[in-house]
Design a protein around this ligand. Structure first.
Ligand SMILES: [Zn+2]
Length: 443
């Protein structure tokens, strides 16, 4: 008799107290604004980090910058018993046919991989950029400090490695500095192709590009809000997928959008002082970033960045004109804010790398029936599954039900027509996979 009473009590305790993880709070507290400041200072000290700048000098140019980043990752690795595999990944770009390439050069990325203990071939990636630019993107000699664009994202990536390398995770985490961003997203393309050729199972990429400015060109000062950009549906979807969507929905439910919702939810749970703002577009209007080459290959990828940009402090030679100071100098970077956005990345990578893989073959049924029905393939490592749903006009997964370790379920009285649905896998510590939007229909 006693056993029957204790078991439900234990389950109740687990799911009410187990909603948040102390580890995640510890990770937030470990991120250091001081270290981020120091790293941005170092990156700025290389004068210019234009992808086509000097590669020989040890004090100026992109060569010095990438060697320093590599040595930082190697130092972090030494402190965690060689837990990082650090290497250069590079591709050659030709001047011919590229009107923003001043001369042939190697585009070199610096990669640090923290191998997962259970799923070493599953990867969550955080990226910043090594390179910077002056007013003229072809100008590889003029000073281009790129303190916010994008030493901030690079420093945040290095700091995330410092913090997360103190832990072990089931899936692999990748910290990467990308080059060639300003001339055509070359570094991101190179790494995306590399991961595809090596059959990496990519959970997603969190691309950080400008995470340190809190004073907008419009005068707004805001150290709480940040943006999460995500494309609606994969760029490489098939024509058939596009047609089916017309009847079954999913216009705002691609894999990158689910990753954006995941980040939004994690931040709302663990960093309630922050104000994550999902933007339903690939990137800023007509502008680009290094998550896109990953999206191009069908991988989930989002851009995390400040909410209020200052265009006088991006892609500008340092100068003063009509009383306006131009240039991306370090005085404009808010290190406490960069620390917050670094923590946003760290806790999402920790959560995703602690969670089981997302369920596959998620099917939905219930046409002309009173209840929506679901079937999915179980995944190894999950202790159960959570069905999420929301009003069709809502951006966030507002309703959920934990359904235990089953592979089908009927949501009694919830009509399929009136909501969007998705399913996540739940691991033993309560960490969840991204939500999967159904990709099959059954009767
Ligand atoms: Zn830029």
């Amino acid at each position: 008799m006693k056993k029957i009473i204790i078991l439900p009590l234990l389950l109740f305790t687990y799911f009410s107290i187990g909603q948040t993880s102390q580890k995640i709070y510890d990770i937030i507290d470990s991120v250091s604004a001081k270290r981020i400041e120091k790293d941005i200072q170092t990156l700025v000290s290389f004068g210019t980090r234009n992808t086509f700048s000097d590669t020989i000098s040890n004090t100026r140019g992109i060569g010095a910058a990438r060697r320093w980043i590599k040595s930082e990752f190697e130092t972090i690795s030494k402190n965690c018993n060689n837990c990082l595999n650090v290497f250069y990944q590079k591709d050659f770009v030709n001047k011919d046919g590229n009107n923003r390439v001043p001369h042939d050069a190697w585009v070199v990325n610096v990669v640090a991989v923290q191998k997962g203990t259970k799923y070493p071939n599953r990867y969550i990636i955080m990226s910043g950029d090594i390179d910077s630019r002056a007013s003229d993107t072809m100008d590889f000699t003029t000073d281009a400090p790129g303190a916010n664009d994008n030493a901030s994202g690079m420093a945040g990536t290095i700091e995330a490695a410092r913090v997360l390398s103190n832990y072990q995770f089931e899936s692999s985490i990748v910290y990467v500095g990308l080059s060639g961003e300003e001339q055509g997203l070359f570094g991101g393309s190179g790494l995306a192709n590399y991961t595809k050729e090596n059959n990496w199972d990519i959970i997603g990429i969190l691309n950080n590009d400008m995470i340190g400015n809190i004073k907008g060109v419009d005068g707004v000062i805001d150290n709480r809000t940040f943006r999460i950009f995500s494309e609606p549906v994969p760029a490489n979807e098939t024509e058939r997928e596009r047609q089916l969507r017309r009847f079954y929905g999913g216009e705002v439910d691609g894999i990158s959008r689910q990753l954006a919702r995941y980040v939004h939810k994690t931040v709302k749970t663990y960093m309630p002082e922050m104000n994550p703002m999902m933007v339903y577009r690939l990137d800023r209007f007509g502008r680009g970033g290094h998550h896109r080459p990953f999206n191009d290959l069908g991988f989930a990828g989002i851009r995390i960045m400040e909410a209020h940009e200052n265009y006088n402090q991006q892609h500008q030679d340092i100068r003063e004109e009509n009383g306006i100071k131009y240039g991306d100098v370090i005085d404009h970077v808010n290190f406490e804010y960069a620390k917050k956005l670094t923590a946003v990345n760290a806790i999402n990578m920790a959560s995703l790398a602690s969670a089981p893989p997302a369920p596959k073959n998620v099917a939905i049924g219930g046409i002309v029936e009173p209840s929506a029905k679901f079937k999915w393939d179980k995944v190894e490592g999950a202790i159960g599954y959570k069905i999420y749903w929301r009003d069709t006009t809502s951006p966030t997964w507002d309703y959920s039900r934990y359904v235990g370790d089953v592979s089908e379920f009927t949501l009694e009285g919830i009509v399929i027509d009136n909501f969007f649905f998705g399913i996540a896998a739940v691991g033993k510590d309560g960490f969840e996979s991204p939500v999967v939007f159904p990709n099959k229909v059954f009767r």
